[in-house]
Design a protein around this ligand. Structure first.
Ligand code: NDP
Length: 329
């Protein structure tokens, strides 16, 4: 028997999340059984711990879109007992049972070997949020981002994606401007390497102007909404925004075509869920190399399985700072 956070749905359609004991026979059919060591809390986890936001297909459900641990048994030649592995995405924790459990059973295709130099705990301090932040940085670099060309803007900076993006960009030698709606996070954001703090309200007013002053050499945008509409108008000539999230709205409000056709601005879409294996390996290797581990540690808030219902509510309200690491044991 082992412990897991199980979400059930009652006859009135209300969901309830509680730690329960499960047996191996309860786990879904798949190739690799993993003894999970750590998981984490992302925005999507908040949805799946609660009413599901349309992501969860069947109840009872075990959420947890990320986990890291040790292979216990494997029917696939790529993995053997004792291998350290990490999993993010592939709709694990949404359509499939996830990492809020001491054991998980998944397809071998969904796993990535833990990169050299990272522990399972560090991998979950990174999690989907940090992995996606790295994908954003890689996409910006692939489109010409180089240090020394002006500040890179990070929106939703005190959140998971934003915190890791700030630390990676600063470590790579970029000047980082961090947008936050929480003024009390200024010290934290500066400790990650941000040199400029932009209050959220400076970027949420919708303007009619077709363009604003050319300010940013790149942007990692976790917020969307009115902020993304404004940021596009403030990008320097030929520079790019990596659009990764919608914490502030699913539409691009107030956006115009002008930044694209007069300044050659690029809007790069970033998805981490279905990302092909080769990109995943490349991103995890870059994380191990380019994310300073002392800064990662400064983002971590430790938690246990029983803390998850409260943390799920907090992340949906934008109240989680940095990265939660869940020790499932
Ligand atoms: P967090 O909740 O940790 O961070 C989001 C941050 O956005 C908050 O901390 C807050 O930052 C800011 N924010 C929240 N609400 C608003 C608002 N109404 N207006 C402006 N800013 C706001 O979430 P994550 O970092 O884990 O995820 C960020 C976004 O990225 C989510 O939308 C998530 O779904 C998406 N995502 C997408 C992925 C992909 O594959 N494309 C993968 C991972 C995440 P502050 O307090 O500093 O202002």
């Amino acid at each position: 028997m082992f412990n897991a956070l199980v979400v059930t749905k009652d006859d009135e359609g209300k969901t309830h999340a509680a730690v329960q004991q499960l047996s191996e026979a309860d786990l879904p059919q798949a190739e690799v059984t993993v003894a999970v060591e750590y998981s984490t809390v992302n925005y999507k986890d908040g949805l799946c711990i609660g009413p599901g936001g349309g992501l969860v297909r069947k109840y009872p459900h075990v959420p947890g879109i990320d986990f890291a641990g040790t292979v216990e048994s494997s029917d696939d030649p790529r993995y053997k007992p004792g291998d350290k592995v990490v999993l993010t995405g592939w709709r694990v924790g949404e359509a499939h049972w996830g990492g809020y459990s001491q054991k998980a059973r998944v397809l071998a295709d969904w796993l990535v070997p833990l990169p050299e130099g990272l522990s399972t705990r560090q991998a979950m301090a990174v999690g989907t949020a940090g992995f996606t932040a790295m994908l954003c940085v890689m996409a910006l670099e692939d489109h010409g981002l180089k240090p020394g060309h002006g500040p890179v803007l990070v929106t939703g900076a005190a959140g998971g994606v934003g915190s890791v993006a700030t630390a990676i960009l600063a470590n790579l030698g970029h000047e980082v401007a961090a947008v936050t709606g929480r003024p009390d996070t200024e010290g934290y954001l500066r400790s990650l390497g941000a040199t400029q703090i932009v209050p959220r309200e400076e970027l949420t007013e919708i303007t009619r102007k077709p363009l604003e002053s050319e300010t940013w050499s790149g942007c990692v945008d976790a917020v969307g909404g009115a902020m993304l509409g404004r940021v596009l108008k403030q990008m320097k000539y030929g520079c790019s925004v990596a659009a990764v999230g919608l914490a502030g709205g699913a539409a691009i409000e107030g956006a115009l075509i002008t930044p694209f056709i007069l300044r050659g601005v690029n809007l790069l879409g970033i998805d981490s869920v279905m990302r092909p294996y080769a990109d995943r390996v490349r991103a995890w290797e870059r994380i191990a190399k380019d994310l300073p581990m002392d800064k990662l540690e400064a983002m971590v808030h430790p938690a246990t399985l029983s803390d998850l219902p409260g943390l799920g509510r907090d992340i949906l309200k934008g109240q989680v700072k940095g990265r939660v690491v869940v020790d499932v044991n």
